[in-house]
Design a binder for this molecule. Structure first.
Ligand code: FAD
Length: 279
């Protein structure tokens, strides 16, 4: 379904940002393919669960695509899921089947497509670990497939071009006792609640951990814990998280992030790289 002037704030975890002039809610692959053939000359943006993006207050003139494709299929060799499925749903479905390797995903609030693009990870695991292949639609509207070994994955990034729309992914099946899988999930959830702010408007980790450092430690050393700019705040609980305390604008959040970056550079000599994608 194609819409115009769609507010994006409710579709992101920060709950800030303006509107999209053009917005496709893709309910079928055919609809997505048709749209891409029409709009291929434009620089479009694929929005997942909006858990790693900061959309500017002015919104975007780029067409925004959001997948409403959430199917889950089991074959002899694989679990095949749609790119729009939530990581948490995938993790729960796997747990119900007594399949391991996806427990950490129950704590990541993104979609499978966003997770693969970002190579989402936690507690020593990454989404690419058990990936077999992805299916994507390119700018010309062609559906193509890439095996895991044809994609380069590293810390919070992949070599996938920004204009590929990931529509499906296949994962290996690794059987384990259901109880153990659910125990691991509960353990990760507990760890998360102890160390990070939960049930708040945030984008998760703001900056990537630089080699040999933890971003939160550098931010803490630089005296930024609890710092505020308008309605944006550096979390007291985990200072690599920026929080919208209720009335922040995207500008508040971006400005606060930039101040943190500058303070860290001045204090420690390390330039933090944004993990959050700013649009
Ligand atoms: C509370 C909280 C905790 C978090 N914890 C973690 C964590 O532990 N580990 C971690 O890695 N991340 C974490 N994150 C960040 C975020 O959840 C992940 O990066 C997640 O994988 C992003 O998925 P998304 O669907 O929300 O993508 P979005 O934020 O919507 O988009 C992120 C990027 O992915 C691209 N994208 C989205 N969907 C597709 C698709 N179908 N095809 C192609 N590209 C696509 C977008 O264009 C964009 O470039 C956390 C975020 C929050 C809010």
């Amino acid at each position: 379904m194609l819409k115009h002037h769609v507010p994006l704030a409710p579709l992101t975890w920060f709950q800030v940002g303006g509107t999209a002039n053009t917005f496709l809610k893709a309910e079928t692959t055919e609809e997505l393919v048709y749209f891409l053939k029409q709009y291929k000359k434009q620089d479009y943006f694929v929005l997942g669960a909006g858990s790693n993006v900061l959309i500017s207050d002015a919104g975007t003139s780029r067409p925004v695509i959001k997948l409403h494709l959430h199917n889950f299929d089991i074959t002899h060799e694989s679990i095949i899921v749609d790119g729009g499925m939530l990581d948490r749903t995938l993790s729960l479905e796997m747990a119900q089947l007594g399949l391991s390797g996806f427990e950490f995903l129950s704590t990541i609030p993104g979609t499978v497509g966003g997770g693969i693009f970002m190579n989402a990870g936690a507690y020593g695991h990454e989404i690419s670990d058990h990936l077999q292949w992805i299916e994507y639609v390119n700018r010309d509207g062609d559906i193509q497939r890439l095996r895991q070994d044809q994609i380069k994955f590293s810390y919070r990034t992949s070599s996938l071009p920004r204009d590929f729309v990931i529509i499906k992914a296949a994962f290996e099946k690794r059987p384990l006792s259901k109880n153990l899988v659910f125990e691991k999930m509960a353990d990760y959830q507990k760890k998360r609640e102890e160390s990070q702010p939960v049930r708040v408007k945030t984008g998760g980790s703001t900056f990537k951990n630089p080699p040999y450092h933890k971003a939160w430690e550098l931010i803490d050393q630089s005296g930024c814990r609890g710092m505020m700019c308008g309605g944006a705040k550096v979390s007291e609980k985990h200072c690599n998280f920026l929080i919208n305390t209720g009335h922040a604008t995207a500008d508040d959040l971006k400005t606060l992030g930039t101040i943190v970056q500058e303070k860290v550079l001045k204090t420690t000599g390390v330039l933090l790289e944004w993990e959050i994608i700013c649009i």
